[in-house]
Ligand binder design. Structure first.
Ligand SMILES: *Cc1c(COP(=O)(O)O)cnc(C)c1O
Length: 373
């Protein structure tokens, strides 16, 4: 183990494919920087490589969430039932449209929204259910869709952690009315900052593409003889499109994406095998009908602060990443009736998982944990 650098093992890395340098330089030399043919090419690759349906490339995952809310027609008085085990961006998007995030409880075993709890939160004002695939592990989509169908609700997925994940053989990005991805720097696939919004209904898709660029239908607004595009603005649009130089980075980072995912799966198997019988550790559940994108490797641990300090002293980062966002004043404050979320807040922990992590480093982490804390 002596030759391996173990002095500091970080939680995340930022993956930049070696081909990115030349791809991005090429865009810089053309000076066509804004949204153009590379954004289109990136979108086509997201569809073919990752199974995303009608992906619109955007400037962030948060923009994808907000645009989904806007195109879904969610507004003042409406409620969106969602998981508190997420990043604040998921709920900010709801508040931005003047609607109210209503938190359902999670499954303690994996951090995903509990369909049984969604059921109890549905009111006449409920407009949509937002599922967040915590750490990349897909939610119970069949149960969520059954509830949505029964109560005529839209389903929006915050799949920021889940590009490349599958549920019952179907790609995340092909299942719900709207699916939102993030290409932020520490996510699986980065464009520096960026995101994508997938939509199944062609009417929604048309609106997504129109409203990501101010509300102007770019393809059907020719530039007139006097030098301006011909259009009539009918509703509010946003400046949410991705740029070509960022798309060039995204295209580069899609090279070898599946192999990188395979490597993550291998590291996760190593972690699960190594930690299965460790006293004080309870692994998250892992159903055979879905494949996680493994953005995070998390589990429950006893005496968490001692665990964090012990690992830190051995040069290993660990983190809760996020705990329940309902605690924020903007979202109404900590809800003690969300009992699984509150238990999850107390015991969940995540250890390093990323493309630059080596098998030797995972061995070292496992052995360190096995020595106790
Ligand atoms: C990263 C993240 C977002 C926001 O994505 P950005 O691209 O940073 O805007 C939203 N939801 C979750 C769960 C995230 O982890």
């Amino acid at each position: 183990m002596a030759s391996v650098s173990l002095s500091s093992i970080s939680m995340f890395n930022t993956f930049v494919h070696p081909s990115a340098q030349s791809r991005v330089s090429e865009v810089l030399s053309t000076t066509f920087l804004s949204e153009g043919k590379l954004v289109k090419e990136f979108e086509a690759l997201l569809a073919t490589e990752l199974g995303m349906v009608s992906p619109a490339a955007l400037n962030s995952g948060t923009s994808a969430l907000h645009l989904a809310m806007a195109v879904a027609g969610i507004g003042p008085g409406d409620e969106v039932i969602m998981s508190p085990q997420t990043f604040i961006a998921s709920a900010i998007a709801v508040v931005q449209e003047g609607a109210t995030p209503v938190f359902a409880d999670i499954q303690y075993e994996n951090g995903n929204i509990d369909p049984a709890s969604i059921k109890g939160a549905i009111t006449v004002r409920t407009k949509a259910i937002m599922a967040v695939h915590w750490g990349g592990y897909p939610c119970d989509m069949d149960e969520i869709h059954a509830l949505a169908k029964q109560h005529n609700l839209l389903v929006i997925e915050d799949a920021a952690h889940a590009p490349g994940a599958t549920y019952k053989g179907r790609a995340i990005g092909s299942i719900s009315d709207f699916t939102c991805f993030s290409f932020q720097a520490i996510k699986h696939l980065t464009t520096g900052d960026g995101g994508a919004l997938c939509s199944l209904d062609p009417t929604h898709t048309r609106e997504v593409f129109r409203r990501r660029w101010f509300g102007i239908d770019r393809a059907h607004s020719p530039v007139s003889e006097i030098g301006e595009r011909v259009y009539d603005l009918t509703d509010v649009g946003y400046k949410y499109h991705l740029s070509d130089y960022a798309a060039a980075l995204g295209i580069a980072n899609l090279e070898g994406f599946q192999q990188r995912m395979d490597y993550r799966r291998q590291l996760v198997r190593q972690y699960r095998d190594g930690l299965r019988d460790v006293q004080g550790v309870t692994l998250f559940d892992h159903k055979a009908d879905r494949e996680s994108a493994h953005w995070l490797f998390g589990f429950h641990v006893e005496n968490r602060l001692d665990f964090i300090r012990t690992l830190k002293a051995k040069g290993i980062a660990s983190s809760v990443v996020h705990d329940g966002i309902d605690k924020n004043t903007l979202f109404g404050g900590k809800r003690m009736d969300l009992t699984n979320q509150r238990r999850f807040d107390e015991t969940q922990i995540h250890v390093p998982l990323h493309d630059a992590l080596t098998i030797e480093q995972v061995d070292y982490i496992i052995n360190t944990i096995k020595q106790g804390w």
